[in-house]
Design a protein around this ligand. Sequence first.
Ligand SMILES: Cc1cc2nc3c(=O)[nH]c(=O)nc-3n(C[C@H](O)[C@H](O)[C@H](O)COP(=O)(O)OP(=O)(O)OC[C@H]3O[C@@H](n4cnc5c(N)ncnc54)[C@H](O)[C@@H]3O)c2cc1C
Length: 407
Amino acid sequence: MKFDTIIIGGGLSGLVTGISLAEAGQKCLIISAGQSALHFFSGSFELYGCDGAPLESIAALDATHPYSKLGVEQIGRLAEQVPQFFERMNITLRGSALRNHYRLTPLGVLKPAWLTMDEYVRVESADQMPWSRVAICDIAGFLDFQPDFLASGLAGRGVESKVVTISLPELERLRNNPTEMRATNIAKVLSDDVLVRLAQKINDACGDVDAVLMPTVVGLLEGSAVEQLRRMVDRPVQFVATMPPSVPGIRTQITLRKRFQELGGVYMLGDTAKSGTFDGDRLTSIRTANHGAVEFEADNFVLASGSFFSHGIVASPEHIYEPTLGLDVDAAGERSEWYERNLFKAQPYMTFGVSTDSDFRVRKEGQTLSNVYAVGAVLSGCNPIKEGCGAGVAILTSMHVAHTILK
Ligand SMILES: Cc1cc2nc3c(=O)[nH]c(=O)nc-3n(C[C@H](O)[C@H](O)[C@H](O)COP(=O)(O)OP(=O)(O)OC[C@H]3O[C@@H](n4cnc5c(N)ncnc54)[C@H](O)[C@@H]3O)c2cc1C
């Protein structure tokens, strides 16, 4: 089977790459082993987690960082295209690369963010909250949202909160088995007339507040349920992330996949790329776990297999390696140098990943492969947790590599 481009990994990076190439008419295959970081999504894409202007902090990063390979000018240009890219799938993102805003974490803490989904709380200035009194609307028996933490965080910023707990008989049924009381299961129940009754209960309970804050338990498959609820509640409704699974993250993953498939892309869910056949500096085909001896051929290949979390990079007791194609990795040799004993310090292993040239072409046994690129969390040189750059690196390297392939 022959494609223009084969992408290994169907998370944010793989899908942005695939959609960008398919929009330009390429025939693409995405092979996706399973869940991605989007299933744990906070609702905000981070470019660089600093107060103020992220591009200024990015300009000071060292040469090995993926952002330094892109260059600040290109980052600014690509970042401007990102909201339109997602808007084409009816995913509305608010924010700008010129200045970070803040998202509200489930613990009531403000964190810098680049683009935040429209339904989530977004605060422009950490010194000035947009409300003086809110209702925090919890669901009875839901353990993955802690309104008291949120209320305490808000109180520290001068916002008074009234915690309201809503019960609906349809949700009570989920409580027969506590493991069923998860955000995704609640979202499956909250539609049609149940959503109407939820809105009525919120209106009855919340009273005179500036806004209603809710856990993200609405709109698993599409955003229309969110809009419906917002129309029916007589105060502005804004959402705050729950513990995983992330309802808006899963919706985003489904929406991106649908867009890729509508553009003619082939998405093989639940399959794993296992090995490749090389001819000199070129990868000619790959094999997968489910398709045995079938060779999937392409002109170009993109590795979007994520970091340790998604098994795009693996650590054995002795060494760090890339398991699919045996690519070169940038990692410290000695195990004792992989981590910092102080858990809260920047962990070196977070920066480990595949080694690439300035155009994100990968290397194998010291040789740069001419038709294999890496994008997103599998790349070396950045620490998404300490730097707050995860989605920025994922989206912008994917767009850059798609442009390079299309040149
Ligand atoms: C738990 C978690 C939460 C995060 N939340 C945020 C957030 O809210 N905001 C933010 O800005 N950043 C966040 N990040 C940073 C995150 O890394 C990026 O935002 C981005 O989503 C990474 O996307 P990715 O596609 O590169 O990797 P991943 O999302 O890890 O996706 C890689 C995919 O490749 C698949 N795969 C791996 N190997 C193979 C193979 N051999 N064959 C086929 N498929 C394979 C995996 O199953 C997975 O689906 C988070 C990271 C983690 C780990």
